[in-house]
Design a protein around this ligand. Structure first.
Ligand code: FAD
Length: 804
């Protein structure tokens, strides 16, 4: 075995093999994969090999398409067949919700360039004659997908990688990872030690243990999974084509042809965790004991929905383990605090996702950036809250819902409430319907007295609609209160803080007493943060961003290597916050503070350390509603007192609590974009409009060259808000934006604008078309709706109320 390598990939399943291939393809030929047994000997060898492009996140869908298209390339390069059956996919809906979901997939697929079509059940039967159509009401067909041979595919990756200079050492077990002072690793194996600049954890079923080698607890857990192979099915005899891979949402069944029979699998509601604490070292190409008794009721649904299956015998049953993260998406990327250690694990759909993961991770390692937004599979989407217990509860929940739709207004119940603010119970008592963001409970909307604090999951307007409307109107006409504790919060202090921030952020760094909107770019000039920065003192800054991105931003700050005289700290659990907004916000707050809050004395974007009633607090004049607004931050021990005093002060002023749904509506009326929805690492300052907050006069900041180049060149596309005509349904996200029959962009967020009485959709359109009154069409749940660009915010375009 070689003594050193640029990178050592640990694990020779389909994911490790793909990472190896992509690293070699990116030019790192000095890479080594070590596998403790044979290639494929974790979960890969017994997989069903199904592949598809479906994912709730557009970028993951795109990477899945890349994966499927890649197989021809590696076949050619390696001479090894992937055993491809590119026969497409069929998804069956049994009720209105499922049908809406298929229509949304169809709308999204247009912009992604995927061939997808809603088809009649008659046509579905042509693709798969085993379906009993009486159980279904609609179907979607997609050209991409099918199945492949798991072992052939993994070996094709490995052989193609070898062609490019990479090496593979089988029967070599990594025992220990020892960091060297300068950031490289000694990879200790049972066959000797390799010195590596980088290591990649692709250890699949053992990813948790390879995490422990560097002292981290990855949120990953394996579940048992069964599929059956039937004997030959007479109905399939003589068919020219294989049946199309079929997903039956209501039956929670997937099936595909296997020779002259069928492979049928189920994701049962009461799944069984495999090896909850430690994956056995000696587990290799083994199957687990079958448990038909437990699974019979679920397969029986399959036999009812596809009756021919019930008429033939079972040839073989497979029960094998594979791993999941709490939300079912992979864990990819670098880990904060552990230099040159990368993960690509918890991949539950290795044959749909393995190629895309290899692509983005190899770019990240070789170029310093994944090259596109992959927040939804970034390991940093989980923070300290993702403890082993959290994972042990969320993974089975996710497994049980693999083929159950999660509606856009649905919040999953497992491991909740976990993180609670000090006013959690008070908000619940006010009728708050809660969601969880980074495991922190926060109010989505408030059910007025006498109404149920619950919501029916739907793709359409729910019973929350009229209550959210009242919340919005109260903010615009009187004053509203919104808890901001779930924002990401950071403190940056020290003598070198200003200079360091000046380099990390693209914006001007505010002077003491002022606050600035502060975009952060990567080297490629793409948006990695849209934060606000308050300067409390010359050497003390308080930064606020998206709550879900806390770990992502902390990792970004860590990677920017703060010098010894700069201290960066998360204030996630040490600061709680509340916003009061509306024309009467000043009236509410002034009696509680000694500071003069008049427009002249405490202008927009002012910040002060003061007392609000009994509470020592940081007070800023800022907000996200477009109204006169203040944010108040204090430590958790004062928070309930602060909240009670604010409520009391607002009682005669029409104070109303509002939640995240109302905030979405209010911000879109003002055309404010939101990080992770509208602003992501896919977009640039010119495209998002955040260029107006960039200080181009600064000599140096991350992303400056790319941002300047874009300024010279002009943005290719632009973020716009459109009003959608004549619709009873609001957009959800990722619907295609159409112009003259072609998809030219997709929706990034939307809401009903309750105070402008219009349905609003935000998204990116080609720059020349980003002009007032330009018309597009948006496919909303199967119906084309006219959408008109409004370049000015629909509400208070001059920002007079904000500055009042
Ligand atoms: C029954 C079943 C059906 C499935 N069907 C499908 C399907 O239809 N489509 C689909 O896309 N996916 C399917 N999957 C999931 C798929 O198998 C996984 O997504 C995929 O195999 C994950 O690959 P991996 O490389 O991440 O992990 P693994 O295959 O587990 O590979 C990890 C490798 O790391 C090695 N390793 C671990 N620790 C060390 C160490 N210390 N030193 C050296 N080597 C080490 C292991 O030996 C192993 O070979 C199915 C899974 C099961 C169980």
């Amino acid at each position: 075995m070689k003594a050193s390598a640029r990178a050592v990939v640990i694990g020779g399943g389909v994911v490790g093999a793909s990472v190896l291939y992509h690293l070699a393809k990116a030019g790192w030929s000095d890479v080594l994969l070590v596998e403790k047994s044979e290639l494929t000997s974790g979960s890969t060898w017994h997989a069903a090999g199904g592949m598809h492009t479906f994912n709730g996140e557009a970028n993951i869908s795109r990477l899945q398409k890349y994966t499927i298209d890649l197989y021809r390339e590696i076949e050619q390069l390696s001479g090894q067949s992937c055993g491809l059956h590119p026969n497409g996919g069929l998804m069956l809906a049994a009720d209105q919700g499922e049908l809406d979901s298929l229509r949304l997939i169809c709308s999204r697929a247009r912009y992604l360039g995927m061939q997808t079509e809603m088809i009649s059940l008659e046509r579905a039967l042509e693709y798969n004659p085993l379906i009993d159509p009486s159980h279904f009401i609609g179907a979607l067909w997609r050209a991409d997908g099918g199945h492949c041979d798991p072992s052939g595919t993994t070996n094709a990756y490995a052989k193609a990688a070898r062609q490019l200079g990479a090496q593979v050492e089988r029967y070599t077990r990594v025992l220990e990872l020892r960091p060297r002072r300068e950031g490289s690793w000694d990879v200790v194996t049972d066959k000797g030690t390799v010195h590596a600049e980088h290591v990649v954890n692709c250890a699949g079923l053992w990813a948790r243990e390879v995490g422990h080698m560097v002292g981290i607890e990855l949120p990953v857990l394996a579940m048992e999974h069964h599929y059956l192979l039937t004997e030959d099915i007479p109905e399939l005899r003589g068919r020219a084509r294989e049946i199309v891979n079929t997903t039956d949402y209501s039956g929670e069944i997937y099936l595909r042809q296997e020779r002259a029979g069928v492979l049928i699998g189920t994701y049962e509601p009461h799944g069984v965790v495999w090896s909850p604490r430690h994956t056995p070292d000696d587990f290799s190409m083994q199957l687990l004991a079958e448990d038909f008794e437990r699974l019979a009721p679920y397969f029986e649904v399959g036999f009812r929905h596809f009756p021919a299956l019930g008429r033939v015998g079972i040839r073989k049953a497979v029960n094998g383990p594979f791993t999941f993260a709490p939300d079912g998406n992979p864990l990819v990327g670098p880990v904060r605090g552990v230099r040159n250690y990368w993960v690509a694990c918890a991949v539950m759909a290795g044959f749909s996702q393995g190629g895309g993961i290899g692509l983005v991770l190899s770019r990240w390692m070789t170029e310093g950036d994944p090259g596109q937004d992959i927040l939804s599979m970034d390991v940093a989407r989980f923070g300290a809250f993702a403890t082993p217990k959290y994972t042990s509860v969320k993974v089975p929940e996710n497994y049980s819902r693999r083929f159950r739709l999660t509606y856009p207004n649905e919040e999953l119940p497992a491991a909740r409430p976990l993180r609670r603010s000090p006013i959690y119970e008070q908000l619940k008592a006010k009728g708050a319907v809660m969601g969880a963001n980074f495991a922190l409970e926060h109010a989505l909307w408030f059910a007025p007295p006498g109404t149920a604090a619950a919501e029916t999951p739907t793709y359409r307007r729910s019973e929350a609609f009229p209550h959210v409307r009242e919340e919005c109107r109260a903010v615009r006409s009187a004053v509203g209160l919104y808890e901001t504790t779930n924002y990401g919060k950071y403190e940056v202090t020290g003598r070198g803080a200003r200079a360091w921030l000046d380099h990390v952020f693209a914006s001007r760094i505010p002077r003491p007493g002022r606050l600035a909107l502060a975009p952060m770019l990567n080297e490629a000039g793409r948006i990695v943060g849209d934060l606000s920065m308050a300067c409390l003192d010359e050497d003390r800054f308080f930064i606020v961003g998206s709550g879900f991105a806390e770990e992502f931003h902390l990792r970004w700050f860590w990677a920017a290597d703060p010098p010894a005289d700069v201290r960066v700290r998360s204030a996630a659990s040490t600061l709680t916050g509340v916003s009061v907004a509306g024309p009467r916000a000043r009236e509410l707050l002034q009696p509680l503070v000694r500071l003069d809050l008049s427009a002249a004395a405490f202008r927009l974007f002012s910040v002060a350390q003061t007392a609000v009633g009994f509470t020592p607090a940081i007070l800023t004049r800022a907000g996200f509603t477009g109204e006169l607004g203040y944010e108040i931050w204090t430590t958790p021990d004062y928070f309930a007192t602060l909240y009670e005093e604010l409520c009391e002060a607002g009682s005669g002023l029409g104070l109303r609590h509002f939640g995240a749904r109302a905030l979405s509506s209010l911000r879109l009326e003002k055309a404010y974009g939101s990080f992770n929805k509208d602003f992501r690492p896919d977009y640039t300052p010119g495209e998002t409009g955040l260029d107006r907050f960039i200080d181009f006069g600064k000599a140096a900041f991350t992303g400056r060259d790319a941002a300047l180049a874009e300024r010279e060149r002009g943005a290719r596309r632009r973020f716009v808000v459109m009003e959608v005509a004549d619709t009873e349904v609001d957009v959800i996200g990722y619907e295609s934006i159409m112009k003259d029959g072609a998809a030219v962009g997709y929706v990034t967020s939307g809401a009903y604008g309750h105070c402008v009485d219009r349905s609003l959709a935000a998204g990116y359109v080609p720059a020349p078309l980003a002009r007032e009154g330009e018309r597009f069409e948006i496919d909303i749940l199967g119906e084309m709706k006219s959408a008109t660009v409004r370049l000015e915010p629909l509400y208070d375009p001059q920002g007079l109320r904000l500055r009042s």
